[in-house]
Design a protein around this ligand. Structure first.
Ligand code: FE2
Length: 367
């Protein structure tokens, strides 16, 4: 359709919203398609009752079972979101994992350690992404209890975002990616008496065990552009404009088929007097939105702490909580770090999340 407007509207989105009014963005294709900005008297989050499956969800993952292992949370045909907890135990230096389902992305929420791979060693610590392409064997060897927010890309491979106008070195410079180190791995395997002889391969939810007569990681060298790597949030340079709030898509870290991973990092808030300083109310019409709160002071939400996860299914508008709207006038920066997964197709909820859901979350916009 062609651009059309009537009544009260703003010429520049997210800026100079008339006093006492609220802007709501309704857009297709995840902030890239046809879009309209509506000026409303009240936020559309003022619902008094929601019946049916499209409630917004909030989960306190800190309350999940604390034992070691994987816990699937949300999934569809293209991706699987799970938590993984690993303790430092000798058995991790004896076993490897290979995912035949897809590329594995681990975001380290807590802990530190090493990942041994056929390509060499990667170090990891809190706040680090580890990307292991499909079918590449790896062993996570924690040095302290490690908790990961993981996203498996089950029908595609992770790629870097299109940096467009801002050039190849914006958001994060490819030179800052952590590369696997074969020499260091050899030293560390010796020091830790590593002896990986069992490889577990996951495919379609089933596991196949391969056993070997000797240590599996025996690569002498390699070349190529397929290998596991890390990216630490400290090496990410968030985009911003001091004049107008940028959409979440400006914070895209990795793209895959029908979903994206974005990272929200600490940054100054917009300084123009008439700029909106909080996320705008919006219907991201084509996407389910998952937000994992990693660290910081989440000023925009009441009763929110690190280790929580929200799911906002497509089908209703959402935006800042009343607390954020009140406190934004005194704020000059945000110190939140969060990982977002935006999925083009609806996500299914694993029953395991039922026990850690904050059932009243849908009411939290009422102030
Ligand atoms: Fe959203």
């Amino acid at each position: 359709m062609h651009l059309y407007y009537q009544g009260l509207y703003t010429r520049q989105a997210h800026k100079a919203i008339p006093d006492g009014c609220y802007e709501e963005e309704q857009g297709l294709k995840g902030f890239f398609g046809p879009v309209s900005h509506l000026i409303k008297r009240q936020p559309s989050t003022r619902w008094t009752k929601i019946e049916g499956p499209l409630r917004p969800h909030m989960y306190d993952l800190v309350k999940m079972d604390e034992s070691e292992g994987w816990r699937r949370m949300l999934y569809n045909q293209h991706l699987t979101i799970a938590m993984l907890t690993l303790d430092p135990k000798p058995e991790h230096a004896r076993r490897g994992l290979r995912s035949g389902d897809g590329d594995l992305l681990y975001f380290c929420h807590k802990g530190k350690g090493e990942v041994w791979t056929e390509y060499g060693l990667l170090d990891y610590r809190k706040g680090e992404y580890i990307v292991i392409p499909k079918c590449i064997t790896h062993s996570i060897v924690p040095q302290e209890r490690s908790v990961f927010f993981t996203v498996s890309s089950d029908t595609s491979h992770y790629e870097e975002p299109d940096r467009g106008l801002v050039g190849r070195h914006a958001i994060y410079d490819p030179a800052t990616l952590g590369k696997p180190d074969l020499e260091k791995q050899e030293e560390r395997v010796k020091a830790q008496k590593g002896d990986v002889r069992e490889i577990v391969v996951k495919r379609d939810g089933e596991f196949t065990r391969f056993e070997f007569e000797s240590h599996y990681y025996d690569t002498l060298g390699w070349k190529g552009d397929l290998y596991p790597f890390t990216l630490h949030t400290e090496n990410m340079m968030p985009l911003m404009s001091h004049r107008a709030h940028l959409p979440p898509s400006a914070h895209t870290t990795f793209v895959a088929r029908d979903f994206v991973i974005c990272t929200f990092l600490p940054r100054p808030l917009e300084t123009d007097k008439d700029a909106l300083k909080v996320p705008f109310y919006h219907q991201n019409i084509d996407y389910d939105e998952v937000l994992f709160y990693h660290e910081g002071d989440f000023f925009s939400r009441d009763n929110l702490h690190a280790g929580m996860m929200s799911l906002h299914p497509m089908g209703f508008p959402h935006g800042p909580h009343p607390k954020a709207m009140k406190s934004v006038h005194t704020k000059t920066e945000t110190n939140e770090t969060a990982v977002m997964v935006d999925s083009r197709w609806p996500l299914l909820i694993d029953p395991a999340l039922e026990n850690v859901e904050l059932k009243e979350y849908w009411q939290s916009w009422r102030g």
